[in-house]
Design a protein around this ligand. Structure first.
Ligand code: ZN
Length: 323
């Protein structure tokens, strides 16, 4: 059998086609693998990058949290140092100064306001009623008393102490021309009252209030000098920064006194409120009830004066540490 030239041509065409097909398959396979490899590589690169970045952010977090821990630790340490510095009061004469700086003036949203209700000039016919209202609201206050020796008054001194209030000295006679005649006359008047209170209640008062306040304009004695002397005797004297207004001889309503007190308390982180415990001042008792009714739902601590109380003074005693 011989092939014709036509057959030969057919044959070589067929081979060429097969070769071309094979080439296409090979090239296609190579291109396909390359594409798959490229995709795989990019997927791997992407994963690597994201892993790296999460490692980085974890590292950052670790660094900041360790920085924060260090900061917290530092804060804690400095607070502990501050507090121990404040606690180390060297002698008694430093106490008023140190407590004054301890309590701080800046109003604090979180810290409750501190309110010290003080009653001057008792005992009076109203003392029992005032004590009853305080008891009803579970509140302790401070009474700056004068000297009286009748049974009712002696009983009131005792009730003040027994019911947990602070008893302070306001002078025995409250006669301005007598007590403010000299340092000696003031001191002997105060000592007479102190002895009366001690023998009646068993408590030696640490706190006092000058009649008319340390800023009074009636004293013959220089008040800075007298304040210095009484401080040296170991007394801590308190003035006030909130007045109820019941000192005035004008007629006033309980609402008027209440508004004075509540408006005053708004202005201070620590308020020392001046009331009077006197027979004629019935609206003081009513105002006290209104004030306590209002304050019971507020972020306010009502406290008796003690050694921790921020000292409120109009005129300061002279001392190495004070001015
Ligand atoms: Zn008085």
């Amino acid at each position: 059998m011989t092939q014709t030239s036509g057959d030969k041509e057919k044959d070589s065409n067929y081979r060429r086609k097969r070769i071309n097909r094979l080439k296409k398959i090979i090239i296609g396979t190579i291109v396909g693998w390359m594409a798959i490899s490229l995709v795989a590589i990019s997927v791997l690169i992407y994963h690597n990058v994201s892993l790296n970045s999460s490692i980085e952010s974890l590292n950052k977090k670790l660094i900041t949290s360790s920085k924060e821990t260090a900061k917290l630790y530092d804060n804690l340490n400095s607070k502990i140092e501050d507090e121990s510095a404040e606690i180390s009061i060297e002698d008694e004469s430093d106490i008023s100064l140190s407590y004054a700086s301890l309590s701080g003036n800046e109003p604090d949203e979180i810290t409750a306001k501190q309110v010290y209700l003080t009653f001057d000039d008792g005992p009076s016919d109203n003392t029992g009623a005032i004590l009853d209202v305080l008891k009803e609201y579970g509140v302790k206050a401070t009474f700056f008393v004068v000297g009286k020796t009748d049974d009712y008054s002696l009983g009131m001194y005792k009730r003040i102490v027994d019911e947990g209030h602070t008893i302070g000295l306001h002078s025995y006679t409250h006669r301005y021309n007598q007590i403010y005649d000299s340092v000696d006359s003031f001191n002997s008047d105060i000592e007479k009252l102190s002895k009366l209170i001690q023998s009646t209640t068993g408590v030696k008062p640490n706190f006092m209030r000058f009649p008319g306040g340390s800023s009074n304009q009636v004293s013959n004695v220089n008040m800075k000098e007298l304040a210095t002397y009484m401080t040296e005797q170991g007394y801590i004297y308190f003035d006030w920064n909130v007045v109820s207004g019941d000192a005035s001889s004008k007629a006033y309503t309980a609402e008027y006194l209440r508004d004075n007190v509540l408006n005053g308390i708004d202005n201070y982180q620590t308020s020392v409120v001046l009331f009077h415990d006197a027979s004629s001042k019935d609206s003081t008792v009513e105002a006290l009830r209104m004030v306590l009714e209002q304050l019971k739902d507020e972020n306010v601590e009502i406290l008796p004066i003690d050694m921790n109380t921020k000292v409120i003074q109009h005129v300061h005693a002279e001392s190495a540490n004070n001015n």
